[in-house]
Ligand binder design. Structure first.
Ligand code: OXD
Ligand code: MN
Length: 601
């Protein structure tokens, strides 16, 4: 097969930015001896370097340039059709014992795994350039900020990392020359992009990630799911903070009072849309701003939780993004965007299902084939993505670079549930909220390979991302709650409940502001609720439903209803889920279930 990543030869002054840290130099040398690349390219993150890499990627067909007028400085990348989503079944946590990885992770023994991966990496970069990508996760002056180095043989990875992280010189400077400094070692090689040789392996004890055989998104941008969540959650527990799969948004009332909210939803459930929400006309004067759309790192200060977004860009699901669903995302991806697996129109623009306007009469689909609207195949892959710098977001929160983070007033859990889960309810307290998070569930999406639309339990939306034993993770949540004197209130939302005839009951998108307002008002103790068996639920009069079109009072009642029969089934699913974890669940959470069952009786 053709070499998927032929070497490039940079001119003097590009690719020669070697860091001074001996530990990094030794590690790079070790990987060089193993993978035997043609040459080494030390990245500095500069504009000049980026221009050079884009030019080389265009020459090698790694990227396609889009129409400069329609999509300035934007490019399309097509991944191998066998490689279009995260591969949870080939993702491993390699701790000394299986118990440390726990019941929800694939485990493999570290020494054996290193040796298997070394076998795969031996000579893997022959004829290729090995890039060394230094980056930091977190605002430059945050105590939570982490340094990573990713070695990769993919130019697409380098270009994406420059969007998604603070990359280059900034990390080299921060690391300095101390050979004992903490930093994450990431090694990525495309190998021959073969699903049979595709493994994403984490070694939390060594702060090391090795990813082989994929060239796609979360499998290879090692900063994101691998470092910021899997290794991040492991470090967070050890160091007493939280690494969560949560967006962070700011919400400001017309009176100028501002709250920050963090929200956990499984992949492709609308986190980016919620983080960039535009309030409906009726909410004139309200403002929602984005701190982050995917990951929150939170630490305790003054008895409160303070959150930073470790990332520097958004890697969002494209299909369904439109001026109706998310105008701010549309503005963010107007320029400087690296698209993966969307369709290409005849005039060099990008297209996807759900974009505004009529479909093009002809396009090239995500696989590179001719496409017309009469075909059954989708033009854009359902998990096609944009990578765009967060500075493009017109509603970027002004505090996004503040290393102190933003104080979190509320935490929201949510998923896609056709039934059972009301539009919104509030936990009685932190421990109950932890129970709600630990039992949350969602219908699966195209973000990971596997069946779509099946309800699976996804605790705190961390099922694929918790880098250690989920029982210990639940315990860490409970312990964190004990350290908070002013804890965020915890809520559960469901934008996806359906009527008996299968139609969504709630319009979602901007109208989610109505739910957000209730949440904020609960934080300010300004609004009422019904105390139900499952938590506090707004009464109809507690929600501002003025000018809400398309939802009848009956539908509203259905949205807020707690159906006893559905909840009996729900609790028995909670019990089954906890049992499936094999005895690791803290007794406090088992007790929460018993109390819930008693309240429902
Ligand atoms: C993501 C995911 O890419 O959760 O954010 O899959
Ligand atoms: Mn995500």
């Amino acid at each position: 097969m053709n070499n998927p990543a032929p070497a490039i030869s940079p001119p003097a002054g590009i690719g020669d930015h070697k860091p001074a840290n001996q530990a990094v130099l030794d590690w790079v040398h070790e990987i060089e001896l193993l993978t035997q690349p043609e040459n080494i390219f030390w990245c500095d993150g500069s504009e000049r370097e980026n221009d050079f890499l884009i030019a080389e990627s265009l020459k090698q067909n790694v990227l396609l340039k889009l129409n400069e007028k329609k999509a300035p400085r934007s490019y399309l990348h097509r991944s191998n059709p066998n490689d279009v989503a995260r591969v949870e079944q080939f993702t491993f946590i390699c701790t000394p014992t299986k118990a440390e990885a726990g019941p929800t992770n694939n485990w493999s023994e570290p020494a054996e795994t290193y040796s298997k991966l070394q076998g795969l990496l031996k000579g893997a970069m022959r004829g290729r350039t090995m890039f060394v990508v230094p980056y930091i996760m977190g605002p430059p002056d945050s105590p939570l900020t982490k340094i990573g180095f990713e070695i990769t043989d993919s130019k697409y990875v380098v270009l994406s990392m420059r969007i998604m992280t603070r990359m280059g010189e900034i990390a080299v400077k921060r690391l300095g020359s101390d050979p004992k400094a903490e930093w994450n070692r990431g090694v990525h090689s495309l190998l021959d992009v073969n699903p049979e040789r595709r493994f994403i392996c984490h070694f939390p004890q060594d702060n090391t990630i090795i990813s082989v055989g994929s060239g796609y998104g979360g499998n290879v941008l090692l900063s994101k799911k691998c470092l910021a969540l899997r290794i991040g959650s492991y470090l967070a527990r050890k160091q007493g903070w939280l690494a969560e799969h949560m967006l962070i948004l700011g919400v400001e009332s017309p009176a100028g009072k501002k709250h920050y909210v963090a929200a956990a939803f499984p992949s492709a459930c609308g986190k980016t849309n919620f983080a960039m929400l535009i309030p409906p006309k009726h909410f004139a004067g309200w403002k929602v701003t984005t701190v982050g759309d995917d990951i929150a790192w939170m630490q305790i200060r003054d008895g409160r939780l303070w959150a930073v977004n470790p990332e520097n860009g958004y890697f969002g699901v494209v299909p369904g993004t439109s001026c109706k669903s998310n105008p701010n995302a549309m503005k963010s991806i107007e320029r400087d965007t690296l698209y993966t697996n969307v369709a290409l129109t005849d005039d060099g623009d990008v297209w996807w299902e759900g974009k505004d306007g009529a479909p093009p009469k002809h396009a090239i689909d995500w696989r590179g084939n001719d496409w017309t609207p009469d075909l059954k195949e989708k033009a854009a892959h359902p998990n096609s993505r944009f990578a765009t710098p967060m500075r493009n977001n017109p509603v970027l929160d002004p505090q996004v670079e503040d290393g102190n983070g933003v104080p979190i007033s509320a935490i929201i859990f949510g998923g896609r549930r056709s039934d059972t889960m009301p539009l919104v309810f509030q936990a009685f307290d932190w421990e109950h909220g932890t129970y709600i998070g630990s039992t949350m569930a969602s219908e699966t999406t195209a973000a990971a390979t596997g069946a779509v639309g099946q309800v699976r339990r996804d605790p705190m939306a961390m099922l694929p991302f918790c880098g250690y034993n989920i029982g210990d993770y639940f315990r860490h949540w409970l312990e964190t709650g004990k350290r908070l004197t002013d804890p965020p209130l915890i809520f559960h939302v469901n934008w996806f409940r359906k009527s008996a005839d299968g139609k969504f009951l709630w319009p979602g998108f901007g109208d989610n502001m109505r739910v957000l307002e209730w949440i904020i008002d609960r934080c300010d103790e300004r609004i009422g609720a019904n105390e139900s068996a499952i938590g506090y639920i707004p009464r109809m009069q507690d929600l501002d439903l003025d000018e809400l079109s398309g939802v009848t009072p009956n539908q509203m009642r259905e949205l807020l209803n707690v159906n006893a029969e559905e909840w009996q089934k729900e609790i028995s699913d909670h019990a089954k889920f906890f049992a499936s974890l094999g005895g690791v669940v803290p007794k406090e959470l088992e007790k929460q279930r018993e109390q819930l069952a008693a309240r429902l009786r």
